[in-house]
Design a protein around this ligand. Sequence first.
Ligand code: PEP
Length: 256
Amino acid sequence: MQRPIVAGNWKMNGNLGSIATLVDAIEAGTGGLDRVRVVLFPPFVYLPQVSHRLKGTAISLGAQTLSEHTAGAFTGEVSASMLLDFDCSYVLVGHSERRNLSRESDLLVARKFVAARDAGLTPVLCVGESLQEREQGATEAVVARQLRVVLDLAGVQRFEGAVVAYEPVWAIGTGMTATPEQAQEVHAFIRRTLAEDNAGLATSLPILYGGSVRAANAAELLAMPDIDGGLVGGASLDASEFLGIAAAAQRHSEGT
Ligand code: PEP
């Protein structure tokens, strides 16, 4: 079994003081968790601070988005090479909040995925349906479309070293978690879709679930065969909740 990934997306939260406290608590609490890959996604401006604090630890650092361009007149944007300067190894691509609030299209998400992968970053490609789409029975069609645009632009080989996160939009920040069975169904569908292009790669690709994951529901989600970890929003701002999720992942990985 691959090491499960427990990733914390802090979104636009925190300040110098609270982030120092949070990262210290997470670092102290994950010391013994040798079978979990922990990744933190702070806001851009705190990357130098968190990067400095994580040096020499097993915790990886990621950014919440990146530019599809390498450099130039793109005010407010941050490139992949800038993220590498601060020891980022992961980057979220296509988070639903960016798809919806910043109007990021499937094609832009695909370009960002390519920019990340080509720079040597691990993109965490977020896909997922809205409540309306689920109620219309369109979940698989939406997820297939989101994946297909990236597969067509990037090519399946660029998924080697990438991560996919299934995040039903209706479960993000709402306290409404998908049931383990609902999540498993979509995770298996994602694997089948990628297998159409490369079966071997589809088997080994880590697929995370995101949407109101907490310490109390992490174990049952991680028990599903196609769930390889969690992308955690709200609960990642609370060190004890986040550490509870990481501990559940460690127990799952140890088979205890
Ligand atoms: C997210 O933002 O990726 C997320 C899953 O948020 P939450 O855990 O708060 O639902």
